[in-house]
Ligand binder design. Sequence first.
Ligand code: GAL
Length: 714
Amino acid sequence: MKHNRILSGIIGLALLAACNSSNPVNDKPSSPVWEKQYSGVWKSTVNNPADFNLLSVSSKKPRVEAIEMLADAPIPVDQNEITAFTKNGRTYLRFPLKKEEQLYGFGLNFKTVRQRGRIMRLHVDHYGGKDDGRTHAPVPFFVSDRGYGVLINAARYIDVYAGTGVRKDSKNQAIPTDRNTNHSWSSRPYSDNLEFIIPEEGVELIMFTGKNMMEVVQRFNLYCGGGFIPPKWGLGFWQRTPTLYSDNDIRKEVEGFENKNFPLDVIGLEPGWHSKAYPCTFEWDKSRYPDPKGFAQEMAQKGINLNLWCNPYLWPDSELDKKMKPYTGSHTVWCGTVPDFTMPKAKTIMQDHLKKHQLDVGVSGFKIDEVDGFDVWVWPDNATFPSGHDGEQMRQTYGTQMMELTDQIYRERNQRSYGLIRAANAGSVSYPYVIYNDYYSHQDFITALINAGFSGLLWTPEVRASNSSEEWVRRMQTVCFSPIAMINAWADGTKPWSFPDVYPACQDVAFLRMQLLPYIYSTFAQYYFEGKPPFRAMELVDGYLVNQQEVKGQLDATANPYAEAVKKEVKDQYMMGDFILVAPLFSMEDEREVVLPQGNWYNFYTGEYVGNGEIVTVKASLDKIPLFVKDGAILPMIPKIRQASEWTNDLPIELRVYGKEDGTFQLYNDDGKTYNYEEGEYTLVDLSVKGGKGTAIKRKGNADYTMKWKFMTK
Ligand code: GAL
């Protein structure tokens, strides 16, 4: 990607710096110039950024028309307070922070939603239990509640000091307090700085603005290519089968789902389908799958889509490895070569192989594993690659490279795919992939689901195993309210009925997801058309005003010697689309607090009023996940189906109306499997309720449905 380089004051200074880094003048910060690109999108180029960056890995282009649909919004910060300088091969950036300002984003964090006060090094890795920047998708994009956000478009490990450093020359001096005598002393005085270090002499910055954080996120998503609409089958239920399963084992598995009457659209094949794994051959194991094509056809007839696990490291002297050798890096992973997919030739070799051996066979998508880390497994940073990109650049973008190359071959066939990936970054937004990992805290999985929405990511809180029936059903409930409803039984062989006492509840929630398909699908249409994340934090909802204070910590000589404040934040409830608030319960809980934004909210199941702009305590039996619906909502639902393919235009649609307010909903539908929707082939019906009466007006398309209104609130 070629960049529009702006030579501002800072850049002049920075260029001087490049000539003589010992000149003290060179590290004097000055303000970058922001050049408007589109409505609410500005770009700034500090010094001389590398051509290779997080967005250049992807062929996706900004969705300009959709961006321009959003009302323009000015830069809400004093641009003089944004500063940058380069020195000794690094770029230093500073953004001002107001006292009450909150920051969100920075990719897939698991423990916190609010990011102010954190220090991170954004580094693609398997999540290790700490929000320190090492995660599957450490996207260098932050959103401020002042109504702006910035993407630091560098494929580098970026250091972030999110409101920790206190500068001597600050205009907003923190007031020293004497710890001896003043009980309000804090180990963290006010910092008005959001600071970054990028290990490169120059960087491209893209700023997004909006009337609220939602618009900032929408612009970021649309700039990175926009969201996407998964194939309909992708929104049905997924079962990943144990390692070394054969075609016959899978036949039995599928039969089990039929007999037990449990939804099933996708079967995931784990290690065992490749003739060799870790690294991989990408050739079918003939003993377990003697006739892959016949098998895939048989599955397709049963409405089952196949998804294949892989890691992209190549088994020595396999067919792929032989062709790929000249295009691989200096180091190996599990003795397998590491293709450099930034080289067109490497990309084509891989694509040709996948087309011939997997897509032609009838495979619907991939689960791309191990593209994140761990350090001791993957290549070190000193690895070299034939394209000239270094180990660090490859680490930050390998997930995106794999998504790009697989996305292209499905698009060539005008066939939608939906898959799983363990690493992503900015630049991954519009690829049909969902992130997962090996970590397994249920609570943290929900926080990850929430955070994903700030950075153009999707996350599945996959279900694997459980210590109790209660935990099992609670996990099953949340996964059904996520981008991919899936059991990943690769190690444990679990099934939806593994805990028979809660099986009816698991069945209920899986069928409820299927009933909600028109709602979920229309929500994904918003992701594509408007860039709105389908699963999102409460902070992105209008009228969400919860007071999230810091609570003074208790002094403790070992656990908390500086009486550090404890953050109280809401990180366990979220929105699915514009209207459904999901408030999961976890094991050992039968009640919880739910923060309701302003406006009336209703119980999804009964239509009863629950509250308005307040914190309510709700109780829920084991068989229900607490769900709340906004006043004026119209939720389109279909009868219970087991597979997405049963969702045809002949199915009657029930339009459930909640509350008393007038409301509208755009019911979206298309063929569910091709990219023709991008060419305008879809049906849109404007649903509205006014004064207690519902109307449906078709705005576009050919499909006709039978619809029935159901007023839930008496
Ligand atoms: C892990 C992955 C699991 C499973 C396993 C198979 O890396 O996270 O979901 O696929 O590999 O070996």
